[in-house]
Design a protein around this ligand. Sequence first.
Ligand code: GRF
Length: 209
Amino acid sequence: MERVRTAVLISGRGSNLQSLIHARHEPDYPAEVVLVISNKADAGGLVIAEQAGIPAKVIPHKQFASREEFDAAVDAALREADVSLVCEAGFMRIHSEWFVKRWEGRILNIHPSLLPAFSGIHVHEQALAAGVKISGCTVHFLTAELDSGPIIAQAAVPVLPNDTAETLAARVLEQEHKLYPEALRLVASRKVTLENGRAVFPLIRNRDP
Ligand code: GRF
């Protein structure tokens, strides 16, 4: 079986990268991480890539005069590696519109809340401040607007009375590690596609109007 060549974009620790790499051990898993790109030279995820024998590239955004030029370098690296899908996993840069358009329907992101609630940063602090009793994580198609693309999959966790941002983050992260490989599986096997700005699941019969 030919697996869909997938790149992962990171800026830090790389625990989601690890779970995406690990999925290759599942029988019939339809995707394979073949390239890791980090905008930070000290990202922990680069060590994970190295240990897994996956080529990794550091593209420091600070070396580029503009967002467009940085995105052009990322785009060139993705094309050079003949990648079909891209997963952002803790990648802390916003892309230019042309880049998002070019990868439309083929680029995914994971966010540690039940979107559309609590986009942006300090997500768990936002959830605790709002007093929600359930939080979770979301994998969505990336669009030009931050954390607001069509949703592919979500997982929920309880928010407990004594939670801190750290304890809640850890509970959510455990779910992220299960959810992201499953969401990538759906996209790589075309069980979900992006059509007219919506995540469409072609195997699920729509109700008759
Ligand atoms: C995760 O919580 C992810 O949802 C968010 O950033 C964090 C990255 O963690 N976008 P890691 O680098 O994958 O460990």
